[in-house]
Design a protein around this ligand. Structure first.
Ligand SMILES: *Cc1c(COP(=O)(O)O)cnc(C)c1O
Length: 367
C-alpha cells in the first residue's frame, strides 16, 4: 500500500444508525450534525447517504462548511451553528444557509444584512458558549422578533452524556421558559445523548451527531450503535527482542520477557494519539493500560511510545507466523471500540474521529 493505513467508513452502518435514532427521537425530526467534515468521516459521502435515508435538516458549524454542503445537497435545510459574522453574511444569503443567531450582535447583523432570509435563534441554558441569555431572549420576544424571519429556537445540553446530572433538568426547565417566549418557533434541544434521555425532553428537532457515527453518546451505557469507522495500520515488519531491551523513544518500555514486536506504519501524525502509548507518557503513570490493537483474532497491547509515523505492538502471545509484513492491525473498529481507543488516550470518540489524519487511504463502503 502507498498509505500507512486505511480507514473504512461503512455508509450502510451509518444509515442503520440513522434509522435507529429516528425511532428513538420520534416524534421529533431527526436532523443530523455534519460539522467538521461529518466528524472526520467525509461530508461529501455521508451527507448524501443520510439524505437518502430521509434526513432533511443538516447542522454544520461554519459558513464555509455550509457552502460546501449546499453543493452536495441543493434542497436540504442547512443550519450554521456559528451563526453569522460580518464576513459571512453575504455568503449565507447567497447559498440559502440558515444562521443560528447566538448573540445580540449577530441579531443586529442579520437584521441588517440577512434580507429577511430565515434564521434560527440560540438561547443559552447553561453552556456559556453560544446563545442569548434568557433576559436577552425576553427582550427579543417583547420586541416581537422585529425584522427577523426566525424558524427555529435551539439550545444545547452541557451534560446529557450523564443522564443523572442535575444540570439536565435545569436546562430543560430554562428551555421550556424560552419556548414559551417563542411559541411559534420549532424547538431543538437534544444532541445524540439528549435523545437517550427519553421523554424528559419535548422538542421538535433532534440534532444527531456522535451516535450516528457509531460513537458512545452516554457514559456507562452499553453502546447500541453499529461501528461505522474502522481504522487499520499496515504491519511493516515483525522483530524479536530480548528481555531487558527497551522499545521506542525514551526507552520507557523495558521488556519483561523475550518479545515479538509488530511495527505498523501509523503514528500520532495520523491522529493515533501519543497519549495512548503503552508506556512513557503521563497517562501511563496512572497505572492504567495503554491502547490495544486487534490482529489475528487477538487483542495486543501497544509497546512503548507511539511515534509520529509508527506504533509497536506486542504479538508474543500469537502463534508463530500469525502476523506478517503486509497484514493489517485494527486500531479501532468492530473489535476495538472507538471509545476504548479514545479512553486509552485520555480523550473521547469525537476527538479520535475528527483527528483522523489525511494520510490514511479512505474507503466508503456499504452504500
Ligand atoms: C456537535 C453538536 C451537536 C451534536 O452533538 P452529538 O453529541 O455529537 O450528538 C448538536 N448540537 C450542537 C450545538 C453541537 O455543537
Amino acid at each position: 500500500m502507498l498509505a500507512g493505513g486505511r480507514v473504512t467508513i461503512d455508509l450502510g452502518a451509518l444509515a442503520a444508525n440513522y434509522r435507529m435514532l429516528v425511532a428513538l427521537a420520534a416524534p421529533a425530526e431527526a436532523a443530523v450534525t455534519i460539522k467538521a467534515d461529518a466528524y472526520g468521516l467525509g461530508a461529501a459521502e455521508c451527507a448524501p447517504a443520510l439524505w437518502r435515508v430521509g434526513a432533511r435538516s443538516f447542522f454544520v458549524a461554519l459558513a464555509s462548511e455550509g457552502v460546501a454542503l449546499r453543493r452536495i445537497l441543493p434542497k436540504a435545510s442547512i443550519y450554521i451553528l456559528h451563526g453569522v459574522t460580518a464576513g459571512s453574511a453575504g455568503a449565507l444569503a447567497a447559498h440559502d444557509l440558515i444562521p443560528v443567531l447566538g448573540s445580540p450582535e449577530m441579531i443586529a447583523l442579520w437584521r441588517q444584512r440577512g434580507q429577511g432570509a430565515p434564521c434560527g435563534l440560540h438561547v443559552d441554558t447553561g453552556m456559556n458558549r453560544l446563545g442569548l441569555t434568557l433576559d436577552e431572549a425576553k427582550a427579543l420576544a417583547a420586541d416581537g422578533l422585529r425584522g427577523l424571519n426566525a424558524v427555529l429556537l435551539m439550545s444545547h445540553f452541557a451534560c446529557a452524556d450523564d443522564p443523572d446530572h442535575l444540570k439536565n433538568a435545569s436546562q430543560i426547565e430554562s428551555f421550556n421558559v424560552a419556548k414559551r417566549l417563542f411559541p411559534q418557533l420549532k424547538s431543538s434541544l437534544q444532541n445524540s445523548a439528549g435523545v437517550f434521555l427519553g421523554n424528559r425532553v419535548h422538542a421538535d428537532v433532534a440534532r444527531l451527531g456522535i451516535a450516528l457515527y457509531g460513537g458512545e453518546a452516554v457514559n456507562d451505557m452499553a453502546n447500541p450503535m453499529l461501528p461505522v469507522v474502522t481504522a487499520e495500520a499496515e504491519i511493516m515488519m515483525v522483530r524479536d527482542a530480548k528481555a531487558g531491551e527497551t522499545v521506542s523513544y525514551g526507552a520507557t518500555q523495558v521488556l519483561a520477557r523475550d518479545t515479538r514486536i509488530a511495527v505498523c506504519s501509523v503514528g500520532y501524525a495520523d491522529g493515533y494519539h501519543r497519549a495512548g502509548s503503552g508506556a512513557g507518557v503521563p497517562l501511563r503513570g496512572t497505572g492504567r493500560a495503554g491502547g490495544h490493537g486487534w490482529i489475528a483474532g487477538r487483542r495486543v497491547p501497544i509497546l512503548g511510545r507511539i511515534t509520529m509515523d509508527q506504533t509497536m505492538f506486542d504479538i508474543t502471545d500469537l502463534p508463530d507466523g500469525a502476523v506478517r509484513a503486509g497484514d493489517f492491525i485494527e486500531l479501532f473498529g468492530p473489535n476495538i471500540a472507538l471509545d476504548e481507543a479514545a479512553r486509552a488516550a485520555g480523550t473521547i470518540g469525537y476527538e479520535m474521529l475528527t483527528s483522523l489524519g489525511r494520510r490514511y487511504a479512505r474507503h466508503h463502503v456499504g452504500d
